[in-house]
Design a binder for this molecule. Sequence first.
Ligand code: PGA
Length: 428
Amino acid sequence: VITKVKARQILDSRGMPTVEVDLHTNKGMFRASSPSGVSSGMYEAIDLRDGEKGTYLGNGVNRAVNNINEKISVALVGMDPTLQSQIDQVMIDLDKAENKSELGANAILAVSIAACKAGAAEKEVPLHKHIADLSGQTSLLLPVPVFTLISGGKHAGNNLAIQEIMILPVGSKTFEEALQMGSETYHHLKAVITETYGAHGCNVGEDGGFTPNISSLRDGLDLVQKAIGKTGYNEKIKIAVGVSATEFCIGTKYDLDFKTPNKSGQNFKSGQDMIDMYKELCADYPIVSIEDPFDKEDWEHVKYFSGLGLCQVVGDDLLMSNPKRIERAIQENACNALLLKVNQIGTVTEAIEVVKMAKDAQWGVVISQRSGETEDSFISDLSVGLATSQIKAGAPCRGERLAKYNQLLRIEEELGDQAVYISEKWRN
Ligand code: PGA
């Protein structure tokens, strides 16, 4: 049973406070922490921050920590950690607010994940196996990693409006080989960028992607294509683009120069211009996936674009991992893949439910990091246990990103002959 729940404030990869929790049972101590992102909106679960301007610029999480130590711990001590949905429901009931703003989604998620780890230990099974059992999933799958190679948007200080250019090593036989392909491409890219933009073009953004001072997506895609060419892997590696268009949508226009000072205003695009641009890029590069190609409220263009069937269309800000938004998107065929950020929904049980919704609709599922991460690697086990086929955890570089990829290496090793890497079937 759960004997003690103790939380503290730690710092995330951006150096901002976040919540860490130690959940104790008779089997030992189980630790988990919450990530946090840049894009956050009214449909996602809310992180509780202290708002005291003099301390961590208002970003302290002591209120959330106290909520765990004083309220959540009292409610959970004595419970069986294998009963994940009951534990999550106790916290949801205690919070009362639909967006978890009373106790804080940062508080609730960290406890929910720690309880899940404790539940696995209680049953003496690996974490991914416990998650599979919780969700009724019978087969475990190693996902294709979606590596960020170039960062832009709100994740970087360059002029690139688009948030990230990523690669998927879909042609590898194992996860281990996929990680090697990602790492080699990353290092070739470093040399390619240095040639053209100098060493400072290889400074990295929030997720570890390089930040050459380009402003056009095409320039970034050319750099990545050149790096892939140097690896010799060629068609075994596909490209994905994370647009995050909500960040630069002004009214009905998209400002592709939103980060450029003294701009002329010529780079304002309509929704139709954006569609034309994506069509051309999909024809010219091996792009297999585009995330948030339009503003989160631009349902008209995203529906039309998805209908073209040019690539996987992933909903991140469009869906915010929110069941109501996902339901609407399924009804309206607005996209065909869910980007799941566990802290946007706030508990392991609700994460499992939305993944099921997406899978029932024959969608793809990408388990995702946040830009502000910790060394917690829970999402790796989540991805294997829920057999989600894709995981996006940033560049193959920086400790908080590698915590996730390295955990997948360990899981693959542990599964041995039973390990199935999804490879070319990543969209099914
Ligand atoms: P975030 O985005 O900044 O909202 O966490 C992360 C991502 O989409 O990878």
